[in-house]
Design a protein around this ligand. Structure first.
Ligand code: ADP
Ligand code: MG
Length: 153
């Protein structure tokens, strides 16, 4: 598996990582975002969405569990499963249909729905380090690997 890692000294650097990732990404990718509250998972997502042409706000989907963004190239679904508790809700809410070759899915707190979620192509780990954040990107599939190879950071 391929790995990319580095240091993000401020919020701008996290947004820039999201942008670089957007430029390397493709529809069909499933990305798990790991890290404590405040690690920068939603900030990274905001950088990615802005780079893909989203102009409005990026809300943290803490209560809604998912926010969907129908963008010009493909749809992005941003999950935050911190409060996910009821496996039946997964089917009832139609979350499964969000995953597929036509969309890019980003998932915060994937461990909360581990048995229901499709496997990750890429895992991004973020951790507070000093005033900034350490990050690590790991590819877990060939699609994920080719994305990391394209990544210009
Ligand atoms: P999470 O979604 O992981 O809970 P958020 O992205 O919502 O975290 O919040 C992260 C907080 O940390 C925000 O206040 C953001 O401005 C800040 N932040 C993001 N990246 C960095 C960084 N590289 N260095 C310092 N602060 C950062
Ligand atoms: Mg968040």
């Amino acid at each position: 598996t391929s790995v990319r890692c580095g240091y993000l000294e401020d919020e701008t650097a996290t947004l820039a990582l999201g942008k670089a990732f957007a430029e390397a990404a493709q529809a069909g990718l499933v990305v798990y975002l790991l890290g404590d509250l405040g690690a920068g998972k939603t900030t990274f997502t905001r950088g990615l969405l802005t780079a893909l042409g989203h102009a409005g706000k990026v809300k943290s989907p803490t209560y809604t569990l998912v926010e969907s963004y129908p963008l010009s190239h493909y749809s992005v679904h941003h999950f935050d499963l911190y409060r996910f508790a009821d496996p039946e809700e997964w089917e009832d809410a139609g979350f499964r249909e969000h995953f597929g070759q036509d969309s890019l899915c980003l998932v915060e707190w994937p461990d909360k729905a581990a048995d229901l979620l499709p496997r990750a192509d890429i895992v991004l780990e973020l951790a507070v380090a000093g005033n900034g954040r350490n990050y690590r990107l790991l590819a877990h599939s060939e699609t994920g690997q080719s994305c990391l190879i394209r990544l210009s950071i």
